[in-house]
Design a protein around this ligand. Structure first.
Ligand code: OXD
Length: 310
């Protein structure tokens, strides 16, 4: 099956290089724009060019190379009827949970204070707080959110989760849903973790109203998409002390511009959209499973609901 590679920001052929031999029997990769456009039924895409999909009239599916498919979904040339497929890999959820817990425990245990003390050669114990006294709100209860929720709960943190639609939560985890449940999910939380997909409903969800509901001195862990965060509101909440700190992995503009105030902010830890990656073999498995489903005339596994956006 012919598969076109569509990205304005990544060399997808280089990215897939270690798996190309395994895929060769079933998939013929072609670079965009390609001469045999009529042969193309499949695309692998990440930040595709705005007109990228319009050249391939027989395109049936587009695979993301990540858990999110938002850069495909917002591409203006994506036609209705093209299945958009994302990668779901349990190891990625585990890695994401580790990243989130690293920051949460850093906040709980006062790591910035120890760092500062070490710089000053100061030997001073600081009072420690039990996890049970630190409520955590997790926004997003898909594969990653549910893994993180269970890991937080196992460490003794009181956990609430919020998702757009109602989903049963394991015992000990309080689940909230719908727009109405958001306020209750975050009320008085000291750590808020954003693992939501980007949709029109979740764009800008991390704003002054949400921050005002948190416990004073709360900590934000933001690993969703840059557009979830109102950056000006975040800076204001940090300045007022409503937020004690923030771990930010994703940004409205990536790479983060050199003059952005987050770079130098003492309360902010910036990481370069690196919280967790899917593995290249998992991407290759997704491409193969998608091609096989198309050959059988079936909907590929992990096809995104295009109305919901995830
Ligand atoms: C993803 C990402 O979607 O890394 O997997 O952003």
């Amino acid at each position: 099956m012919h598969c076109v590679l569509l990205s304005e920001t990544l060399d997808l052929r280089g990215y897939l290089a270690s798996e190309i031999d395994r895929l060769r029997d079933r998939i013929t990769f072609v670079d965009h724009p390609c001469a045999d456009a009529d042969e193309v039924r499949l695309a692998v895409a990440w930040d595709p060019p705005a007109d990228g999909f319009s050249r391939y009239p027989k395109l049936a599916a587009a695979c993301s190379i990540g858990a999110g498919a938002d850069s495909i979904l917002r591409c203006p040339s994506l036609r209705a009827g093209v299945d958009v497929v994302r990668v779901v890999e349990p190891a990625q959820a585990q890695m994401m949970s580790g990243f989130v817990l690293w920051h949460a425990i850093g906040h709980q245990r006062g790591l910035p204070i120890y760092r500062d003390q070490q710089r000053r050669q100061l030997w001073r114990r600081i009072p420690q707080r039990a996890a049970r006294d630190i409520p955590v709100a997790i926004l997003g209860f898909g594969a990653m959110g549910s893994r993180a929720a269970q890991d937080f709960a196992a460490l003794g943190f009181p956990v609430r989760v919020w998702s757009r639609s109602a989903r049963p939560a394991p015992q000990g985890i309080a689940a909230f849903h719908d727009v109405g449940g958001l306020a209750a999910a975050v009320e008085g939380a000291e750590i808020v973790v954003n693992l939501l997909p980007l949709t029109p409903e979740t764009r800008g969800i991390l704003d002054a109203r949400l921050f005002a509901r948190l416990r004073r001195g709360a900590f934000l862990i933001h690993v969703g998409r840059g557009e979830h965060l109102n950056e000006a509101d975040c800076l204001a909440a940090l300045a007022s002390g409503q937020l004690a700190g923030a771990a930010l992995d994703v940004f409205a503009a990536e790479p983060l511009p050199a003059d952005h105030p987050f770079w130098d902010h003492p309360g902010v830890m910036v990481t370069p959209h690196d919280a967790c990656d899917v593995s290249v073999p998992a991407v290759a498995d997704t491409i193969l499973a998608t091609a096989a489903a198309l050959e059988r005339g079936e909907t590929p596994p992990h096809t995104v609901d295009r109305v919901r956006g995830y």
